[in-house]
Design a protein around this ligand. Structure first.
Ligand code: GLA
Length: 743
């Protein structure tokens, strides 16, 4: 395994347990070509033919007359700009002479154990026994621009991390106007493209369509990924399913503007490019300076989408999330947002905590509204001092009171924002992102702070630290409730204004890094108006991210299905809330809401003092259920069995422990059908040679026991091939949780 260079063929061979990736160097000219990515091949003799360099139009060296036709069909490893490859380029510059062309060719390479950190950026990691890295140095001699293409392969996971670092070796400045993280050329194999699309309160729904000629892209110009599109794309065979077919995933570890694109050209070849959105991007590289792109994670699965998802889950759990909580149960929390919105005081919070503590809830999270004169969402962002009119006696008194109930305490911040009506804005109006002479657009009546500036970051972090040091605070919810617009920084020179989007993201990463350095044991949950910044970059800082402001069980099934395509269930912030649901007005059973939230981090977002006794009894059982099953949900393998978005009737997914000793099957009958019979579900991931005993979760029983033995014992072989019968349920939105235990 690992990476080898085969000099006879001038090929680099990158192996993971089940996949192979090959890069070729073309003769003396040094074009870098993509030869292969897919199922593992041990003997790659003859592989270089796959770059078609023996066919016409040959290489420019052998056929200088047709250099353009060579470049326009050669499978490039990192595509050139402006020299005759008319497909999507990976890089574009503005040189001292005003030219945009770039052609990077091979100079040298290095293979080393381990993986270096990407300066200022989140990235996957692994030690010398876990990761091998190939660094290929290329150069454009005309520009004096050097690029190091890095590829890291993981010993235990079928994933490859790619990124690029640029160096200006010339005398004058070079402006990078486009700097993608990766490019990949493949022949079209009847590919579909799968992306995640959404809106506020309905994030990350799956969107699958045919790849046809031309360019197909998803992107963001919001300064964050946004609710609308997601920094992920998969190309998969048209016939691929959850369990079968070739799937290629591309997931960008970045939390700002992005573009993921597939382009099918005249020869039926598909070029994928992924990285920072080039529009509104420009980076001045002065002599001797370097620029680091974010990394993109490539995953190939020969076993359908399910295989791809499980690889991303394993990689992100093991090689991206750093939090001390990554392998730990998180405290069951109750958040007061939907319970009170801005209308709370310390008594109300203590009432909630008192009731919650009796039912097994372990942490109270105080949401928006505790600071400055924040009585509604029109003011006070930037003034991070406790409002003692609301919290009489101060924060410490409240936190001590909550701690005395045996509960922990957490709180909400929105550090990147500033309200026009705030002390901070009065003192520093130029700290808001704005273009001189243009009134910047408000969203939720707030502006965005220019956190590309160190003094702005220092001021906000200083305020946060003071609050967090003043009491026993174990958790922070870091929110960001509007996208960026009207990009302008009072601190940047004219020819660096194009750097602001990226500098903003770097500033935000630096702030989160500082927070974690100051409070290493803190449980951080990221959030952005729900799930607008749910991306791998943020997972590097927080082990969990609030999935969506929509907590309706049914909508959540769709959101969590799309999210679980890439991210482990342990990362998905999921809570039980009241009905009619605040985002959609739907009524669903309390039991179903509980099961759906148990498939995430689990918690509550309601006024528990107002729940009926029946629901309170169920809370006790749900919290017990969390403790029983969270290890399995957090660390197990995820299998998608059915999707109500496809069949319009029912949803089913499964988590199986790594040793296959137990499994939890989540089943929701979304719509009841008249004259319907029991449903047979073909399970996955089990030990075919073992027998499993089936238990059903019992949320209303008279005994303390939360699971009931059904008396049924079935072989893994039967459950996977024949299937498991779920009896007919009466009504809509009804759910069942079935636990399988190996005998
Ligand atoms: C965002 C979050 C919510 C809540 C509010 C507070 O919308 O997603 O959970 O914290 O902000 O203003």
């Amino acid at each position: 395994m690992g990476i080898t260079y085969i000099p006879e063929e001038q090929l680099f061979k990158l192996d993971t347990p089940n996949t192979t990736y090959c890069i070729g160097v073309i003769d003396r000219e040094g074009f870098l070509g993509h030869a292969y990515y897919g199922r593992r091949i041990d003997n790659i003799q003859g592989m270089s033919a796959l770059m078609r360099i023996y066919e016409n139009p040959m290489t420019p060296e052998t056929n200088a007359r047709d250099r353009l036709s060579f470049l326009d069909c050669f499978p490039a490893e990192y595509s050139a700009h402006g020299v005759g490859d008319y497909r999507e380029s990976s890089i574009r510059v503005r040189s001292a002479g005003g030219h945009s062309a770039v052609l990077l060719t091979y100079v040298s390479h290095e293979i080393y154990q381990g993986k270096r950190r990407l300066e200022g950026l989140p990235a996957t990691f692994g030690d010398e026994s876990e990761v091998t890295t190939l660094a290929i140095t290329c150069r454009d001699a005309v520009l004096g621009l050097r690029a190091v293409l890095e590829y890291s392969v993981f010993e235990d996971t079928d994933a490859i991390a790619r990124s690029v670092r640029f160096y200006n070796d010339g005398d004058g400045p070079i402006y990078l106007e486009k700097a993608m993280s990766a490019c990949l050329d493949m022949d079209n194999r009847d590919f579909d493209m799968l992306t995640l699309h959404g809106s506020w309160a309905r994030e990350r729904h799956m969107d699958r369509r045919r790849v046809s000629h031309g360019k197909h892209a998803v992107s963001s110009l919001r300064g964050e990924p946004g609710h609308q599109e997601h920094p992920f794309m998969a190309l998969l065979e048209h016939t691929a399913t959850q369990t079968r077919g070739d799937v290629y995933g591309f997931s960008l570890v970045y939390s700002g503007n992005f573009r993921m694109q597939a382009e099918m050209n005249q020869f039926g070849s598909v070029r994928i490019t992924a990285g920072i959105e080039p529009e509104d991007f420009s980076w001045k590289l002065t002599s001797g300076e370097s620029f680091q792109t974010p990394e993109v994670i490539l995953v190939y699965s020969g076993e359908g989408l399910g295989g791809m998802s499980r690889t991303y889950h394993d990689l992100y759990r093991k090689h991206l999330i750093r939090s001390p909580y990554r392998n730990k149960k998180r405290p069951i929390l109750i958040n007061n947002w939907e319970a009170t919105y801005f209308d709370f005081n310390e008594e109300k919070l203590l009432d909630i905590a008192r009731e919650a503590s009796k039912l097994g809830i372990e942490m109270l999270v105080m949401d928006d509204g505790w600071f400055g004169n924040r009585y509604d969402d029109n003011r006070a962002l930037g003034d991070w001092q406790v409002n003692e009119e609301k919290l009489k006696g101060g924060l410490k008194k409240l936190v001590d009171g909550v701690n005395a109930l045996g509960m922990e305490f957490g709180m909400w911040f929105e550090p990147e924002m500033i309200s026009p009506e705030s002390k901070l804005y009065q003192e520093h109006p130029d700290w808001a992102i704005a273009i001189p002479g243009r009134v910047p657009g408000l969203a939720r009546n707030q502006y965005v702070l220019d956190i590309s500036r160190k003094e702005v970051r220092d001021c906000i972090m200083g305020q946060m630290f003071e609050v967090l040091h003043s009491a026993n605070i174990k958790y922070v919810k870091w929110d960001m409730n509007r996208p960026l617009s009207d990009l302008g920084s009072a601190a940047l020179e004219a020819d660096r204004q194009g750097e602001l989007y990226h500098r903003y993201v770097l500033g935000m990463y630096e702030m989160q890094e500082r927070l974690l350095a100051e409070f290493p044991e803190l449980l951080l949950e990221n959030c952005s108006g729900g799930g607008a910044r749910f991306d791998p970059g943020m997972l590097y800082y927080s082990p969990q991210i609030w999935c969506s402001d929509d907590t309706d069980a049914l909508e959540r099934l769709a959101i969590q299905e799309g999210t679980a395509l890439i991210y482990p269930l342990s990362a998905m912030g999921a809570h039980v809330s009241v009905c009619p649901n605040h985002a959609v007005g739907r009524n669903t059973p309390f039991e179903t809401r509980g099961y759906v939230a148990l498939a995430g981090t689990f918690g509550y977002e309601l006024d528990i003092t107002k729940l009926s006794q029946e629901d309170k009894d169920m809370v006790s059982r749900q919290t017990a259920m969390y403790h029983r099953f969270n290890d399995l949900v957090r660390e197990g393998d995820y299998y998608r069995i059915a999707s109500w978005q496809d069949n319009h009737l029912y949803d089913c997914f499964q988590v199986v422990s790594k040793d296959k000793g137990e499994s939890l099957v989540f089943y929701v009958q979304v719509l009841g059908e008249p004259n319907q019979h029991g449903r047979i579900l073909q399970l996955q991931g089990l030990d075919e040679n073992a027998e499993y005993r089936l238990y059903e979760a019992d949320m209303q029983g008279d005994t303390e026991e939360i699971t009931q033995d059904t008396g049924r014992v079935c072989s893994g072989q039967l459950l996977q091939n024949g299937g498991m019968l779920v009896e007919r349920l009466w009504g809509d939105f009804r759910a069942k949780l079935i636990w399988l235990k190996r005998q």
